[in-house]
Ligand binder design. Sequence first.
Ligand SMILES: Cc1ncc(C[n+]2csc(CCOP(=O)(O)OP(=O)(O)O)c2C)c(N)n1
Ligand SMILES: [Mg+2]
Length: 626
Amino acid sequence: MKTVRLTMSQALVRFLAAQRVERDGVQHRFFEGCFGIFGHGNVTGVGQALAEEPGLLTYYQGRNEQGMVHAAAGFARMRNRLATLACTSSIGPGATNMVTGAAAATINRLPVLLLPGDVFASRRPDPVLQQLETPGRGDVSVNDAFIPVSRYWDRIQRPEQLVPAALSAMRMLTDPADTGAVTLALPQDVQAEAFEYPEEFFSERVWNIARPTPDASLLDRAAQMIRVAKRPLIIAGGGVIYSQATESLAHLVKRSGIPVAETQAGKGSLRFDHPGALGAVGATGTLAANRIAAQADLVIGIGTRYSDFTTASKTAFQNDAVKFINVNIASFDAGKLGGLPLVGDARVAIEALDQRLQGWAMDGAYRAECEQLRQEWDREVSRLYDLRHGPLPAQSEVIGAVNELSGPRDVVVCAAGSMPGDLHKLWRTRDPKGYHVEYGYSTMGYEIAGGLGVKMADPKREVYVMVGDGSYLMMAQEIVTSVQERMKLTIVLVDNQGFASIGGLSRSKGTAGFGTRYRYRSAGSLGDDAAHSDGEALPVDMATNAEGLGAHVFRAKSVEELRDALVAAKKIDRTVVIHIPTDRYEGVPNYDSWWEVPVAEVSKSPEVVKARVEHERASTRRRWHL
Ligand SMILES: Cc1ncc(C[n+]2csc(CCOP(=O)(O)OP(=O)(O)O)c2C)c(N)n1
Ligand SMILES: [Mg+2]
């Protein structure tokens, strides 16, 4: 057996560079690079290996380890999970900064490989700088915090242990049902230790991403259930997009007349103007989708994990006879809501159902009803795009301007605040990859970092990052990375002076927006969010901050100025930030939807008591779906 003497880190970098993925006969690299912030715990191990063979794995310098992981996840999502980036960190805080990113990646089922440095395996110099000591356990470090947020976790205590660990890591990363964050914790001494690795470990290895077919008899049963349904509804989730099943879906819908509603991750499954496209469903759903969902007698979930936003906390489906068919690559999700599980690839399943449904189609009345609702909804979107609210514009007008001035293949990116719900309802999608809202974890701070990953994954598209002031203040630093890498982003910074989303939620539950507005503390009005609260505004200038980070900045005061800035931004090749103030109290309404948030059962406040009564009344609509 031929061997080659390398350090564990050198072996790891070589291995990562040799991993390839194939689906539908198309083959390419799996790791397109490695983000890293160096410190003790990776500078002389993984850092040395990356520096020695720079041609193997492109190195990208991050600003915050959390941002690196978000960028890797954004990249992986844009590439339909067929490629990703690795992330290396130092020990201690560098490592734990990645935990939030890991959770976001795992919840969204996006492959990212995390390589946190770890304390010495030898333990001789303990405790080293940044080492957490646990008196009753010798084998615990802060990297154990990655265990619950990783799909695969290992600590490489000896250099040869890399061989099985790296193969297990790849198996998990390339499994569409189980993918997510994979963490290989790398004790810093082991990173630098040499071993005679078998040469074969470094040969190109192709990981085939299969398209498994669901069980044939269950497909027959599903087709039978669809044939007898009077009001079927498809709910398209992220799985439709990852499986590149959007054309197959459009074909099935056009032919059969079954309408489609979309989850956050599934938005873009159909163009917004496709007949039968009812748009967003659930807590942030459209009137069209939510009305049809309420009466549906059969829900066909495809690639969805049925989050509470999708099911409106299990109040979306009110038909007593409603049944579910769940197409999902993960059996865990296929079994939800007591549905008939079709475990397999979304595209294969859709095509198999389409074939079994040949000669069958929905009756014209249901199609016409859905189409009328779709058109009604489209008029509502136009109304909100053109609200002309003043003196400060409404957020819906900002969404309208960005939608109308972006190209059909451009990508909108968002994650937290009031914007994701508004985008879910209002964004007119024109391309399956044109809508990128991280709503599995809804991580404040994902927006700019994730947008950077999207741009790196497909530099030919313009990337529009919609970020609230709160998310911006949490993590804007990757603007610097976007400038450094010449990865232009157009960032629309929506400034409504605080957490408008949570302020609205708090007010609706009787707690007056407590702690959600940027105001100086003043007697009797700590964090009060009443429209005329007397607190003085803070001297914070986020536009100037963005300029300081290297962005080209526009300060828009109105929707017209925003439109001018969006046009001007197209000619600028550096990251642009357009700052626009909006009215924090002018929100997009809810359309026949609910979201379960608990309200205090006892309180001195009459508003809270009232909200509790309303909560209990609304809770009676919850269903079990067993
Ligand atoms: C890291 C993180 N912390 C807290 C939250 C809870 N949260 C959701 S939205 C929000 C406020 C977001 O403020 P901003 O970005 O200004 O958007 P807006 O609500 O004003 O639209 C908060 C605190 C979160 N989603 N993520
Ligand atoms: Mg805000």
